[in-house]
Write a protein that binds this ligand. Sequence first.
Ligand SMILES: [Zn+2]
Length: 149
Amino acid sequence: MTSTSVIMKDMEKRNLILRWVIALIVLGSLGFSGVVLYYLDPNKSSLYPFCVFHQLTGLYCPGCGCLRALHDLVHGDVGGAFRMNSLLIVSLPLMGYLVYQCHILPPERRKQINEVMSARAVWIIFWVILAFWILRNIPYYPLTLLAPH
Ligand SMILES: [Zn+2]
């Protein structure tokens, strides 16, 4: 075995350990966030950040209701989560797919974000978010259903 192949094997081992450490940190952070969201209700706790856009304008941004939606989701209330931020709930499978393709797959099978999503798909997502932002602030039924309620 040459010294180069020994060095390469050592680097692969370090990369594997680093990947496991990163995975544990991410899973630990997600678990901790889930526990916090489970026990601290965003409707009642002042520990959560407030939406600056909503405070300044009285209008809802595309992210308004996300924490309450996630709180409902960790309690198994998918309907409640959907009422708080339907775009977040609808986009969770896509986000999971992207995380899986770009971060969870082994490095040799992992893809870059531009391999998974075309520029056109990114533009479509942008326009969907913008439309959601505008539509959830129009005070006429059924668009009022898009606002957190
Ligand atoms: Zn907001």
